[in-house]
Design a protein around this ligand. Structure first.
Ligand code: AVJ
Ligand code: FE
Length: 456
């Protein structure tokens, strides 16, 4: 899962250097109004806000073997920053002795409870120490030298911001999987819970080549989003809205979990071994638990915490299938009238709560298809935010892929059976998702805030 190559690239080893054409333009360059130092500060405020109501024992303990202790995430954010600030500034890291403990590749999540990771008080101190070093390093960094790919365009500094954002979402997954009571928090900006819309409606996306991935003008992107490349996408139909709890409940009530014919072989094996009968966090008495509350199922919300196998079975039961990631990205970015790609489904402007439910503070998704402001050129709703969406695509490199700045972010996960997730969730920070952003997880996993939409 999370791997940062903290230990796998010994210091002094040259980082992978992409050719100038594949070099991304970082946040500063592309978005001059957004100050990286302020964003590092803001990212840190959010991390501390997330754990603020959680007691020390709950930060230090393993709540579920799928996920790390929250204190591990805190120490890992600090160690990752220590490593990359050192590389970008040429200074010595503060605590190289910690790199091994926080190397996600070396230590799978299930074993992280046994490590000598910093307990939360020490982790907070290390976070603060490295943060100071990062801000100072950034102040003296030259972001304009194309010969220095870590600093050019602010790449590494943007990566630190997005890395912290990504771990914030993982931390929310941990807080959700933990027993009720670990996180007590009222939503600060509850999402719009109006009626859902467009359930079961589809649109036709005409066939034709499509430019997939992040181009050099797109601002910061990860190596796995590059290079931009043409893919042929034959005509397909896609649902206007993600599948709702209400629609999924019908599948459950029709005996969806015992109709072998709706499941793939692998999916059925998983269902049988795991004993799945309903999505994660649905209670047998028809409620849904979110953090410390279990409330009556809201049929209008997008279904979440389903595995790829469950999503696939639902789609098959409706005579449909899941979209590929090329189909998803075309739906989200292509404007057939303009013959051009958009930055976001709705256009060029940044996300707002009217366009997409993101940024954690809603503490849950809005109704499926409930935000007309987020409609893509095809009129497809809810592509960004609310819940990640499973695609059929296995996580692999695009043609011409080059690892940068470390193999363990993407490359070591290629071809290992992970499926690509698209679009982000309510728990994703807006700067940690783009229309070209690719996340991934194993098809049996349900801890992610993930749902799906169907295609045909
Ligand atoms: C992109 C969410 C799959 O957590 O495994 C965090 C993000 N990579 N630290 C993960 C990540 C390194 C990654 N995902
Ligand atoms: Fe990480």
């Amino acid at each position: 899962m999370a791997d940062d190559g903290l230990d796998t690239i010994p210091s002094g080893t040259a980082v992978h250097r992409p050719s100038p054409e594949t070099l991304p333009r970082g946040g500063v360059d592309a978005l001059p109004e957004r100050d990286l130092g302020a964003r590092l500060e803001e990212a840190r405020r959010r991390t501390l806000w997330l754990v603020e109501p959680v007691c020390d024992e709950d930060l230090d303990r393993v709540h579920d073997t799928l996920l790390s202790p929250l204190a591990w995430d805190l120490g890992h954010i600090a160690a990752f920053s220590d490593l990359w600030v050192a590389r970008a500034t040429g200074r010595d890291p503060l605590r190289p002795d910690l790199f091994e403990v926080y190397d996600a590749e070396e230590t799978p999540r299930a074993q992280r409870g046994d490590l000598p990771y910093l307990r939360c008080a020490e982790a907070r101190t290390h976070l603060a120490d490295v943060h100071e070093l990062a801000l100072e390093g950034l102040e003296h960094a030259d972001l304009s030298n194309p010969e220095d790919p870590l600093n050019a365009g602010g790449f590494v500094w943007e990566m630190l911001v997005e890395h912290e954002h990504q771990h914030n979402e993982t931390m929310l997954q941990t807080l959700q999987i933990a027993p009720p009571g670990v996180l007590r928090r009222e939503p600060e900006h509850p999402p719009a819970h109006g009626g859902g819309a467009a359930q079961g409606e589809t649109v036709l996306v005409e066939g034709g080549p499509f430019l997939m991935g992040a181009g050099p003008e797109a601002g910061f992107s990860y190596d796995n989003e590059r290079p931009e490349h043409q893919v042929p996408v034959p005509s397909f139909e896609i649902d206007r809205a993600p599948v709702s709890n209400g629609a999924y409940l019908e599948f459950v009530e029709e005996g969806g979990y015992s109709r072998r014919e709706w499941w793939s072989e692998e999916g059925w094996a998983w269902r049988s071994a795991f004993g799945a009968e309903r999505p994660g966090y649905w209670t047998p008495d028809g409620r849904v638990r979110a953090f410390d509350r279990a409330e009556a199922l809201r049929p209008e919300l997008p279904v979440m915490h389903v595995s790829f196998f469950e999503a696939e079975a639902y789609a098959r039961s409706r005579g449909k299938r899941l979209p590929s990631e090329a189909e998803w990205e075309k739906t989200a970015t292509w404007d057939p009238r303009a013959g051009a790609k958009r930055r976001w489904p709705w256009g060029e402007e940044r996300p707002t709560p009217e366009r997409a439910t993101l940024d954690q503070r809603p503490m849950g998704p809005a109704a499926a298809g409930g935000l007309p402001g987020g409609a893509s050129a095809y009129g497809v709703l809810g592509l960004v935010g609310d819940a990640w969406e499973w695609t059929t695509s296995e996580f692999r490199g695009y043609p011409g892929f080059r690892a940068f700045p470390y193999r363990e972010y993407s490359e070591t996960h290629f071809g290992r059976g992970h499926r690509v997730l698209r679009g982000g969730s309510w728990a994703t920070r807006p700067d940690a998702v783009r229309s070209t952003f690719r996340s991934w997880d194993l098809p049996q996993r349900r801890q992610v805030f993930v749902g799906f939409r169907c295609a045909a």
